[in-house]
Design a binder for this molecule. Structure first.
Ligand code: 13P
Length: 255
């Protein structure tokens, strides 16, 4: 596998943090810190921050993403946001299937697949999240589970469309807990995901496919995680809320 064949992507998942005014401040601090980065840089903000994030990042190397999208184009879906609403704003990315959506908001592999297809049809780039719980980890079913999540999420997605998909492997037990998967654990599962992509599509598609690790990634552990042959980037929660911390991870991915 040749890592140079794929783009490193560092994405911040701000989750439910930052008002629009705070978002403007964080982005202003981030712009000079990540200018000239050797990887793609994305900030996935709350919906209410998207307009300010798009206008603030115009002409910079920072792309803006949302954290969810509905699969219908419009209609009676109170509280939901459609893909067209995002693209019209200038949003380029969307996170789909984050474990917090699966855990707290009833997201299933089937709805993840529907959202993913709707996002791709609208021209969005998707960061698809997969990952196991602590219990599943302890039962040793991580590889099967992540393979299943990946296969269902990508059902009906063509090889051409796959070019606009990234997968983030996020072990739930490592999210916001300060517990990071070891570099070896992250590598093992990212390699499993790449094999699944090869089996669904082709070796060439798998080699070109970007896979991120997420879960307590920070300035200290980023180097080792990103040095793994199958870890092409990171989806960063807590550490994306402080410009210097996020920038340090971007620098680690730019090496
Ligand atoms: P933390 O980096 O805060 O552990 O969050 C990871 C995550 O869930 C990113 O989507």
């Amino acid at each position: 596998m040749n890592k140079a064949k794929r783009k490193a992507v560092i994405a911040g998942n701000w989750k439910m943090n930052k008002t629009a005014a705070e978002a403007a401040e964080l982005i202003s601090a981030l712009i000079p810190e990540v200018a000239g980065a050797g990887c793609d840089v994305v900030v996935c903000t709350p919906f209410t921050d998207l307009p300010i994030a798009v206008s603030k990042t115009a002409g910079t190397n920072i792309a803006v993403g949302a954290q969810n999208v509905h699969f219908e184009k419009s209609g009676a879906f109170t509280g939901e946001i459609s893909a067209d609403m995002l693209t019209e704003l200038g949003v380029q990315y969307v996170i789909i299937g984050h474990s917090e959506r699966r855990q707290y908001f009833g997201e299933t592999d089937i709805t993840v697949n529907k959202r993913l297809k709707a996002a791709l049809a609208a021209g969005l780039k998707v960061i698809l999240c997969v990952g196991e719980s602590l219990e599943q980890h302890q039962h040793g079913v991580t590889a099967e589970l992540v393979a299943m999540q990946t296969k269902i999420a990508l059902g009906g997605v063509s090889a051409e469309e796959l070019k606009n998909v990234i997968i983030a492997y996020e072990p739930i037990w490592a999210i916001g807990t300060g517990l990071t998967a070891t570099a070896e654990q992250a590598e093992e599962v990212c390699a499993v995901i790449r094999r699944v992509i090869a089996s669904l599509y082709s070796e060439a598609d798998a080699e070109a496919f970007t896979i991120q690790y997420g879960g307590s990634m920070n300035a200290k552990n980023a180097d080792e995680l990103l040095a793994q042959p199958d870890v092409d980037g990171g989806l960063i929660g807590g550490a994306s809320l402080k410009a210097p911390d996020f920038a340090a991870i971007v620098r680690a991915a730019s090496k």
